[in-house]
Design a protein around this ligand. Structure first.
Ligand code: FES
Length: 257
Protein backbone atom coordinates (compact mmCIF):
# COMPACT_ATOMS: atom_id res chain seq x y z
CA UNK A 1 0.00 0.00 0.00
CA UNK A 2 1.46 3.35 -0.98
CA UNK A 3 1.06 6.33 1.30
CA UNK A 4 0.30 9.71 -0.21
CA UNK A 5 2.71 12.60 -0.19
CA UNK A 6 1.38 15.41 1.90
CA UNK A 7 2.36 19.02 1.58
CA UNK A 8 5.87 19.38 2.93
CA UNK A 9 6.05 21.34 6.14
CA UNK A 10 9.12 22.66 7.82
CA UNK A 11 9.08 22.97 11.57
CA UNK A 12 8.80 26.62 12.37
CA UNK A 13 8.01 26.43 16.04
CA UNK A 14 9.81 24.77 18.90
CA UNK A 15 8.05 23.63 22.00
CA UNK A 16 9.97 23.50 25.23
CA UNK A 17 10.88 19.98 26.18
CA UNK A 18 8.07 18.67 28.36
CA UNK A 19 8.01 15.69 30.66
CA UNK A 20 5.78 13.80 28.30
CA UNK A 21 5.34 13.90 24.56
CA UNK A 22 2.39 12.83 22.45
CA UNK A 23 3.04 10.84 19.29
CA UNK A 24 0.45 9.99 16.66
CA UNK A 25 1.90 6.92 14.98
CA UNK A 26 0.78 5.32 11.71
CA UNK A 27 -0.16 1.71 12.31
CA UNK A 28 -0.85 -1.03 9.80
CA UNK A 29 -0.41 -4.75 10.36
CA UNK A 30 -1.58 -6.40 7.14
CA UNK A 31 -2.54 -9.69 8.81
CA UNK A 32 -4.81 -7.86 11.27
CA UNK A 33 -5.88 -4.51 9.82
CA UNK A 34 -8.17 -3.83 6.88
CA UNK A 35 -7.00 -0.24 6.77
CA UNK A 36 -4.16 1.79 8.24
CA UNK A 37 -5.02 3.83 11.31
CA UNK A 38 -3.33 6.13 13.80
CA UNK A 39 -2.51 5.23 17.40
CA UNK A 40 -1.76 7.93 19.94
CA UNK A 41 0.89 7.33 22.61
CA UNK A 42 2.09 9.39 25.57
CA UNK A 43 5.80 8.97 26.26
CA UNK A 44 7.89 10.15 29.16
CA UNK A 45 10.72 12.18 27.68
CA UNK A 46 14.33 12.75 28.62
CA UNK A 47 16.79 15.38 27.49
CA UNK A 48 17.90 14.75 23.92
CA UNK A 49 15.27 12.08 23.29
CA UNK A 50 14.95 11.33 19.59
CA UNK A 51 11.86 10.16 17.78
CA UNK A 52 13.52 6.76 17.44
CA UNK A 53 14.11 6.69 21.22
CA UNK A 54 10.42 7.46 21.72
CA UNK A 55 9.30 4.74 19.29
CA UNK A 56 11.55 2.17 20.93
CA UNK A 57 10.23 3.19 24.34
CA UNK A 58 6.65 2.75 23.11
CA UNK A 59 7.54 -0.66 21.70
CA UNK A 60 9.30 -1.72 24.91
CA UNK A 61 6.80 -0.38 27.43
CA UNK A 62 3.42 -0.03 25.74
CA UNK A 63 2.98 -1.95 22.50
CA UNK A 64 5.46 -4.64 21.44
CA UNK A 65 3.73 -4.96 18.08
CA UNK A 66 4.90 -1.51 16.93
CA UNK A 67 7.37 -2.05 14.11
CA UNK A 68 10.12 0.35 13.09
CA UNK A 69 13.31 -0.41 11.22
CA UNK A 70 16.55 0.84 12.79
CA UNK A 71 20.12 -0.15 13.39
CA UNK A 72 22.96 2.31 14.14
CA UNK A 73 20.97 5.01 15.99
CA UNK A 74 23.58 7.56 14.87
CA UNK A 75 22.53 8.69 11.36
CA UNK A 76 24.89 6.29 9.60
CA UNK A 77 22.88 3.29 8.38
CA UNK A 78 19.87 5.11 6.89
CA UNK A 79 17.40 2.45 7.97
CA UNK A 80 15.00 4.61 10.01
CA UNK A 81 13.91 7.28 7.54
CA UNK A 82 10.26 8.10 8.26
CA UNK A 83 7.84 10.97 7.71
CA UNK A 84 7.79 13.19 10.79
CA UNK A 85 5.40 16.13 10.96
CA UNK A 86 5.21 16.21 7.18
CA UNK A 87 8.90 15.91 6.35
CA UNK A 88 11.18 12.97 5.52
CA UNK A 89 13.69 12.64 8.37
CA UNK A 90 15.84 10.10 10.18
CA UNK A 91 14.03 9.21 13.41
CA UNK A 92 17.36 8.80 15.21
CA UNK A 93 18.47 12.28 14.18
CA UNK A 94 15.33 14.19 15.13
CA UNK A 95 14.80 15.30 18.70
CA UNK A 96 11.29 15.12 20.13
CA UNK A 97 11.81 18.36 22.05
CA UNK A 98 12.25 20.29 18.81
CA UNK A 99 8.98 19.14 17.28
CA UNK A 100 5.48 20.50 17.37
CA UNK A 101 3.16 18.13 19.23
CA UNK A 102 1.44 15.82 18.78
CA UNK A 103 4.31 14.46 16.72
CA UNK A 104 2.99 12.78 13.58
CA UNK A 105 5.07 9.74 12.61
CA UNK A 106 4.31 7.99 9.34
CA UNK A 107 6.15 5.71 6.91
CA UNK A 108 8.03 7.24 3.98
CA UNK A 109 5.49 8.49 1.42
CA UNK A 110 5.54 6.85 -2.02
CA UNK A 111 7.00 3.62 -0.68
CA UNK A 112 4.90 0.52 -0.16
CA UNK A 113 4.22 -0.20 3.49
CA UNK A 114 5.21 -3.64 4.76
CA UNK A 115 4.07 -3.05 8.32
CA UNK A 116 3.64 0.06 10.48
CA UNK A 117 6.63 2.32 9.77
CA UNK A 118 8.58 -0.24 7.73
CA UNK A 119 8.52 0.26 3.97
CA UNK A 120 9.57 -1.91 1.04
CA UNK A 121 13.00 -0.75 -0.19
CA UNK A 122 13.50 -3.16 -3.11
CA UNK A 123 12.32 -0.74 -5.79
CA UNK A 124 14.63 1.91 -4.34
CA UNK A 125 17.58 -0.49 -4.48
CA UNK A 126 16.67 -1.38 -8.08
CA UNK A 127 16.79 2.31 -8.95
CA UNK A 128 20.21 2.57 -7.29
CA UNK A 129 21.50 -0.44 -9.21
CA UNK A 130 20.22 0.97 -12.52
CA UNK A 131 22.99 3.59 -12.58
CA UNK A 132 25.74 0.94 -12.16
CA UNK A 133 27.08 2.27 -8.85
CA UNK A 134 30.41 0.53 -8.97
CA UNK A 135 33.90 1.52 -10.13
CA UNK A 136 34.44 0.83 -13.86
CA UNK A 137 37.86 2.04 -15.05
CA UNK A 138 38.36 2.01 -18.82
CA UNK A 139 41.82 0.52 -18.52
CA UNK A 140 43.44 -2.21 -16.48
CA UNK A 141 46.29 -1.02 -14.25
CA UNK A 142 49.83 -2.11 -14.98
CA UNK A 143 51.13 -4.64 -12.49
CA UNK A 144 51.66 -2.80 -9.22
CA UNK A 145 49.99 0.38 -10.52
CA UNK A 146 47.41 2.05 -8.32
CA UNK A 147 44.36 3.99 -9.47
CA UNK A 148 45.50 7.39 -8.21
CA UNK A 149 43.09 10.27 -7.76
CA UNK A 150 44.07 13.92 -7.40
CA UNK A 151 42.94 15.74 -4.25
CA UNK A 152 41.01 18.20 -6.45
CA UNK A 153 39.06 15.38 -8.08
CA UNK A 154 38.36 13.80 -4.71
CA UNK A 155 36.93 17.12 -3.49
CA UNK A 156 34.55 17.09 -6.48
CA UNK A 157 32.83 14.00 -5.19
CA UNK A 158 33.00 14.90 -1.50
CA UNK A 159 29.62 16.55 -1.90
CA UNK A 160 27.80 13.30 -2.61
CA UNK A 161 29.90 10.65 -0.87
CA UNK A 162 27.98 10.69 2.41
CA UNK A 163 24.77 9.18 1.01
CA UNK A 164 23.44 6.53 3.40
CA UNK A 165 20.74 5.14 1.06
CA UNK A 166 17.93 6.11 3.44
CA UNK A 167 15.47 6.88 0.63
CA UNK A 168 14.32 10.21 2.10
CA UNK A 169 15.15 12.13 -1.08
CA UNK A 170 13.49 9.65 -3.40
CA UNK A 171 10.39 9.69 -1.19
CA UNK A 172 10.21 13.48 -1.56
CA UNK A 173 10.61 13.45 -5.37
CA UNK A 174 7.42 13.73 -7.44
CA UNK A 175 9.05 12.71 -10.77
CA UNK A 176 10.33 9.55 -9.08
CA UNK A 177 6.78 8.80 -7.93
CA UNK A 178 5.28 9.14 -11.39
CA UNK A 179 8.06 7.52 -13.44
CA UNK A 180 9.37 4.14 -12.32
CA UNK A 181 12.09 4.32 -14.99
CA UNK A 182 13.51 7.51 -13.48
CA UNK A 183 16.37 6.53 -11.15
CA UNK A 184 15.49 9.34 -8.74
CA UNK A 185 17.70 11.69 -6.76
CA UNK A 186 19.65 9.20 -4.62
CA UNK A 187 20.59 7.06 -7.62
CA UNK A 188 21.52 10.07 -9.73
CA UNK A 189 23.68 11.47 -6.94
CA UNK A 190 25.39 8.08 -6.86
CA UNK A 191 25.76 8.19 -10.64
CA UNK A 192 27.38 11.61 -10.27
CA UNK A 193 29.85 10.17 -7.75
CA UNK A 194 31.22 7.82 -10.43
CA UNK A 195 30.69 10.20 -13.36
CA UNK A 196 33.03 12.71 -11.68
CA UNK A 197 35.67 10.17 -10.70
CA UNK A 198 38.63 10.78 -13.03
CA UNK A 199 40.03 7.30 -12.37
CA UNK A 200 37.33 5.70 -14.54
CA UNK A 201 38.64 7.52 -17.62
CA UNK A 202 37.05 9.56 -20.40
CA UNK A 203 35.45 6.65 -22.25
CA UNK A 204 33.55 5.46 -19.18
CA UNK A 205 32.60 9.02 -18.26
CA UNK A 206 30.95 9.52 -21.66
CA UNK A 207 29.21 6.17 -21.51
CA UNK A 208 27.78 7.01 -18.10
CA UNK A 209 26.50 10.35 -19.34
CA UNK A 210 24.90 8.76 -22.42
CA UNK A 211 23.20 6.21 -20.18
CA UNK A 212 21.58 8.98 -18.11
CA UNK A 213 20.80 11.39 -20.90
CA UNK A 214 17.17 10.67 -21.77
CA UNK A 215 13.66 11.68 -20.81
CA UNK A 216 13.58 9.11 -17.96
CA UNK A 217 17.06 10.15 -16.78
CA UNK A 218 18.61 13.47 -15.84
CA UNK A 219 16.14 15.49 -17.94
CA UNK A 220 13.25 14.13 -15.82
CA UNK A 221 14.36 16.19 -12.81
CA UNK A 222 12.05 19.16 -12.18
CA UNK A 223 14.68 20.97 -10.06
CA UNK A 224 12.21 21.30 -7.19
CA UNK A 225 15.02 20.79 -4.64
CA UNK A 226 12.73 18.69 -2.40
CA UNK A 227 15.44 16.04 -2.29
CA UNK A 228 18.05 18.58 -1.25
CA UNK A 229 15.83 19.94 1.52
CA UNK A 230 15.16 16.58 3.14
CA UNK A 231 18.59 14.95 2.81
CA UNK A 232 19.85 14.22 6.34
CA UNK A 233 23.45 14.32 5.10
CA UNK A 234 23.21 17.74 3.40
CA UNK A 235 23.73 16.33 -0.08
CA UNK A 236 22.20 18.20 -3.01
CA UNK A 237 21.18 15.63 -5.62
CA UNK A 238 19.51 18.42 -7.60
CA UNK A 239 22.79 20.26 -8.13
CA UNK A 240 24.53 17.03 -9.17
CA UNK A 241 21.75 16.31 -11.69
CA UNK A 242 21.87 19.88 -13.02
CA UNK A 243 25.62 19.65 -13.55
CA UNK A 244 25.30 16.40 -15.48
CA UNK A 245 22.47 17.91 -17.56
CA UNK A 246 24.64 20.92 -18.44
CA UNK A 247 27.51 18.62 -19.39
CA UNK A 248 25.21 16.49 -21.55
CA UNK A 249 24.01 19.54 -23.45
CA UNK A 250 27.59 20.78 -23.93
CA UNK A 251 28.57 17.38 -25.30
CA UNK A 252 25.90 17.85 -27.95
CA UNK A 253 26.96 21.42 -28.74
CA UNK A 254 30.51 20.52 -29.60
CA UNK A 255 31.41 24.00 -30.79
CA UNK A 256 31.35 25.01 -27.13
CA UNK A 257 34.50 23.03 -26.52
FE1 FES B 1 20.81 4.21 11.46
FE2 FES B 1 19.01 6.10 12.09
S1 FES B 1 19.19 4.08 12.92
S2 FES B 1 20.45 6.11 10.48
Amino acid sequence: MATTQETQKTETTSTPESETATLDVFRYIPEEDDEPHTETYEVETFEGMTVLDALIKIRDEQDPSLTVRHSCRMARCGSDAVYINGTQRLACNTQVGELKQPVQVEPLPRFDVIRDLVVEMNEFYDRMESVEPWFQPDHEPETGEEYLQTPENRRNIDTVLDCIWCGACTSSCSPAASDSDFPGPAALAKAYRFYKDEREGEETRRRRLEMLENSHGIYRCHTQFNCTEVCPKDISPTEAIMEMSRDAIKEKLRFWR
